[in-house]
Design a protein around this ligand. Structure first.
Ligand SMILES: [Zn+2]
Length: 99
């Protein structure tokens, strides 16, 4: 038996993924992963870069939404509904999974 599965930190919850976006939750924060490296973004000298390869990425990757904060989650919910083909039920299921 070979185990070729990529090891994933069990603390990371998959929330949403399509061709252009990958959103996860970890440590109570929902955030985007970069398309180049599946890494989070971080601020660097006034711009946002991929934490893994340091390529400049959209400011979207510096955002994070608190899963436990109802008003923050409401902002995330609106963001997802406005930008992705998801239903309110799907986002509510993400909330349950991310808690
Ligand atoms: Zn990268």
């Amino acid at each position: 038996m070979t185990d070729s599965a990529t090891h994933r930190d069990s603390a990371i919850t998959e929330l949403y993924q399509d061709q252009s976006a990958h959103v996860v939750a970890s440590c109570g924060i929902a955030y985007y992963l970069t398309s180049c490296c599946d890494a989070s973004g971080k601020g660097s000298m006034g711009s946002i870069v991929c934490r893994s390869c340091y390529e400049e990425v959209d400011s979207l990757f510096a955002l994070g939404w608190s899963v436990a904060d109802d008003s923050d989650w409401a902002r995330f919910r609106s963001h997802m509904l406005a930008n992705y083909p998801v239903s309110a039920e799907t986002v509510d299921a993400m909330h349950a999974a991310a808690r």
